[in-house]
Design a binder for this molecule. Structure first.
Ligand SMILES: O=C(O)C(=O)C[C@]1(C(=O)O)C=C[C@@H](O)C=C1
Length: 161
């Protein structure tokens, strides 16, 4: 598998996993957006980036866009399920803090690791990789224009000076 394929796979897994978060929030009447959690993710991912020699600000911008994409996917899922909201089977709902968020965390670390390896090997992402990216990011809930924003922020990531 190419590095780009591996990176897109992890992004796809992350965009699927946030549906478990949405299900939890629908079931518990919580809003999709959790600014405190976003702050925690940004602080943590900057720390991991720093440890791995990846420029923290450019990495944080990318993670910010990942969370925007996650919210879009969740809002659309939420809308699709509004009519069945009262029927969400509690058996399907996973433990947010004990299970789903730790999984999201692991995927985030894996992503930073793959990005670091790719940057060290062949430098920043370039326009030539866009076709592969758009083909690989399989989530139907995102428009191509939204995938483009995600790719633009991926292109900006650099190693530390
Ligand atoms: O952990 C959550 O509550 C999520 O909804 C996931 C996530 C993310 O992508 O990491 C997305 C939106 C929230 O504002 C915070 C974090």
């Amino acid at each position: 598998m190419s590095e780009m394929e591996e990176i897109c796979n992890v992004i796809n897994q992350r965009l699927l996993l946030v549906l478990d978060v949405a299900l939890y929030k629908i079931h518990n009447n919580q809003p999709i957006e959790d600014i405190q959690q976003e702050k925690r993710i940004l602080v943590h991912s900057k720390y991991v980036a720093y440890k791995r020699g990846v420029n923290e600000e450019t990495l944080a911008n990318f993670f910010n866009m990942l969370m925007v994409a996650a919210k879009l996917v969740q809002y659309r899922y939420f809308a699709q399920n509004l009519i069945h909201q009262h029927m969400v089977d509690s058996q399907q709902v996973k433990d947010l803090n004990g299970n789903v968020r730790p999984e999201l965390n692991k995927l985030g670390q894996k992503l930073i690791c793959l990005i670091q390896q790719k940057l060290e090997k062949s430098g920043p992402f370039t326009e030539t990789e866009w076709n592969q990216f758009i083909q690989m990011i399989s989530n139907d809930c995102l428009f191509d224009s939204e995938k483009r924003y995600l790719f633009e922020s991926l292109k900006q990531i650099r190693l530390s000076e």
